[in-house]
Design a protein around this ligand. Sequence first.
Ligand code: ATP
Ligand code: MG
Length: 377
Amino acid sequence: MHVLVLGAGQLARMMSLAGAPLNIEISAYDVGSENIVHPLTQTVLGQGLENAIENADVITAEFEHIPHDILDICQQSGKFLPSTEAIKAGGDRRIEKALLDNAAVRNAKYYVIKTREDFSTAIERVGIPMVLKSALGGYDGKGQWRLKDLNQADAIWAEMAECIAATETQAIVAEEFVPFNREVSLVGARGKDGSVAVYPLAENVHTNGVLTLSTAIADNELQQQAKTMFTAVANSLDYVGVLALEFFDLNGELLVNEIAPRVHNSGHWTQQGAETCQFENHLRAVCGLPLGSTKLIRSTSMINILGEDTLPPEVLTMAGCHVHWYGKEKRAGRKMGHINVCGDYNGELQRKLCALADVLSKEAFPAVHQFAENFSE
Ligand code: ATP
Ligand code: MG
């Protein structure tokens, strides 16, 4: 089987690693350079997109911000999974919100803003405090504003107006601020036959809008809620592949924050913590193979490595600790790799996280240090 992935970052790389044992080969389309590249070496494979589409058995995507003309060409080939409709929903918060409403899945109250007048209406209907997010192009907390007080409105509007003017189809989605207790996400797969397999929920810590720590959790009640919402969204899109739902946990009631029509950073723990990892299950789904078991095999956390290209040797020495580098050039704040750390039971995992806090710097790994501080209290 040959799978062409739109996007040539770490997600395509990890799909390639997971696909090899199943004889699934990956090539990746680098949207920036418009080259077809090898997902591990980034070597240019010297064929244009059209050729690559022709040669692929299946086409999929590792991210949602893909030019629509490229999506349309892939859709026309009849090989693209999940549907381009799902990718477009993930890349446009207006479509995403409408999708959630249509599937009757709980999400934060919102209003779409194009003009200053719309902004005033949003303030009336959604209320303050409010989170404002660009409809297109936002990720890792970028393209967002917080309105906490009415007297900030003019200053925020000036920035939002600039953002709206920069792209013809741009808008701002105003969302009620959700005073959540924590953030969790559900990653799961839906097969061509409509079968659904979800992983255990992950509890996620974000630092400055970026995921820093993600831990698989066992909570039957929340898991059930999340799976019901996952199935509603996946079925409404006739989805095939891995899909992630990010939630706010508000006193035991889940609200969907956003969806990602792809393998997700909060599912990286499955490489060591689940029977079948999310990358393999995505490939199984889009290739029409049976889904693999999503069972938790041991307590696992994932720690993102941001802006660092070396780690102290103790990380590699620690039993149950696995390092995954992405082969990227170092840049401040960039996702360079992740560490999966496992224990046979929760207490052991917690002790290992504390041991990691002793060797990892507080500046680069604030969430691990925060965990260790809370744990010792
Ligand atoms: P991602 O990289 O996950 O795609 P993003 O930039 O698309 O992130 P969101 O996930 O929507 O943006 O928001 C980033 C973070 O901001 C959330 O994880 C959450 O911590 C906070 N946040 C977003 N929306 C709200 C809200 N309505 N109320 C409270 N906090 C929010
Ligand atoms: Mg998010």
